[in-house]
Design a protein around this ligand. Structure first.
Ligand code: APR
Length: 324
């Protein structure tokens, strides 16, 4: 038998696509083909990255494409096609434009990479993943979205910065839709097993002050994408979403069985039926292998329900507009 490297197709060669290609190569995850509708853009970006192969010590190949045929044989497809937000826009404002783009992308993935695992990054995330799954008709476990890994990393970073501890020891989880209603789970957040709230209370010697600090961290987490958009002015975050999606792709390619928060289709878990929402899941060689359920208290459940409702509204909007 002949061994072959995994093939990773990137649909969209913009800001996130470029970082995805570089990270995939630097980690030797597989051969990369980057597709974009703009002529020469993916060819230029991948050539540029490939020319650092001696320095970064990778053997995987990188190529650019304007023809979907070139994604044939891809085992993992990561989708960033679409437009990013500009200051003043919410992710939901991208619905009309990005739905049309994702529909076309999905039809081509179905045609040229029918066995692939598809990771969607394009926003509004939960709606775009739903659309991708609907159009491809792939099993739900093969189509999932990147949001929770990044939202949780943002939450963990802010906790680490506040406490002055290594972020490597922080475990923090964000559930729900990838929007303003996302649910950072304060009660489960810990540093090396010690509850974060206890650390904050000890730091400030005042429970009210500790709560105030945590409320600010939670609010910053939900607005973190917007904070970057306001600074960049011309687009949205791209380094961190790429890192997050590569972690997910690696979990699939290496069958790691990692528990990662991803946008996955729920069939009764968390009391939700038939919608894509951010939850922890086992990610391995079969994609989303299992949803990991956890108990929520009344307040957390109310926040989660609100977040799920905003995802439902967006999906209903797509149906009303004839996009789904
Ligand atoms: N097919 C393939 N690629 C497309 C299509 C299409 N139909 N339409 C647009 N693109 C490409 C653009 O040419 C561009 O190169 O998608 C790329 C998007 O790149 P950027 O505009 O740089 O956006 P980026 O920052 O990478 O974000 C992409 O991810 O996080 C989300 O909200 C963000 O929806 C946005 C997406």
């Amino acid at each position: 038998m002949e061994f072959k490297r995994p093939k990773i197709a990137l649909i969209g060669g913009g800001q996130i696509g470029g970082v995805l290609a570089q990270l995939a190569a630097q980690r030797n995850l597989g051969d990369v083909v980057m597709f974009d509708i703009v002529e020469n853009l993916p060819q230029g970006k991948t050539l540029d990255i490939a020319e650092a192969s001696r320095i970064d010590r990778f053997d995987v190949s990188l190529s650019g494409a304007n023809d979907y045929k070139d994604i044939e044989g891809a085992g993992v497809v990561i989708v960033t096609a679409g437009v990013p937000r500009k200051p003043g826009m919410s992710r939901d404002d991208l619905l009309g434009t990005n739905s049309k783009i994702i529909k076309g992308v999905a039809e081509n993935i179905k045609k040229y990479a029918p066995d692939a695992y598809v990771i969607v990054i394009s926003n509004p995330l939960d709606a775009m993943v739903t659309l991708m799954r609907e159009v491809t008709g792939f099993p739900a476990g093969r189509v999932f979205g990147q949001a929770g890994v990044l939202d949780s990393s943002r939450f963990a970073s802010f906790i680490a910065w506040e406490l002055g501890v290594s972020v490597k020891d922080v475990n923090a989880l964000v559930l729900g839709g990838h929007g303003d209603t996302m649910v950072p789970l304060v009660r489960y957040a810990n540093v090396a097993g010690v509850p974060v709230m206890e650390m904050l209370e000890r730091k400030y010697k005042d429970p009210a002050k500790a709560k105030e600090v945590m409320d600010a961290i939670v609010a910053r987490t939900a607005d973190a994408g917007g904070e970057v958009v306001r600074l960049l002015k011309t687009g949205s975050a791209f380094y961190s979403p790429a890192s997050a999606a590569i972690q997910m792709a690696e979990a699939v390619i290496k069958d790691e069985k990692r528990i990662l928060p991803v946008c996955a289709r729920l069939d009764g878990e968390f009391g939700v039926n038939g919608y894509y929402v951010g939850v922890p899941a086992v990610i391995g060689g079969k994609g989303v292998e299992k949803i990991v359920e956890l108990s929520l208290n009344e307040t957390e459940q109310a926040m989660f329900d609100k977040s799920v409702n905003s995802v439902k509204t967006l999906v209903d909007d797509m149906k009303r507009l004839g996009l789904l």
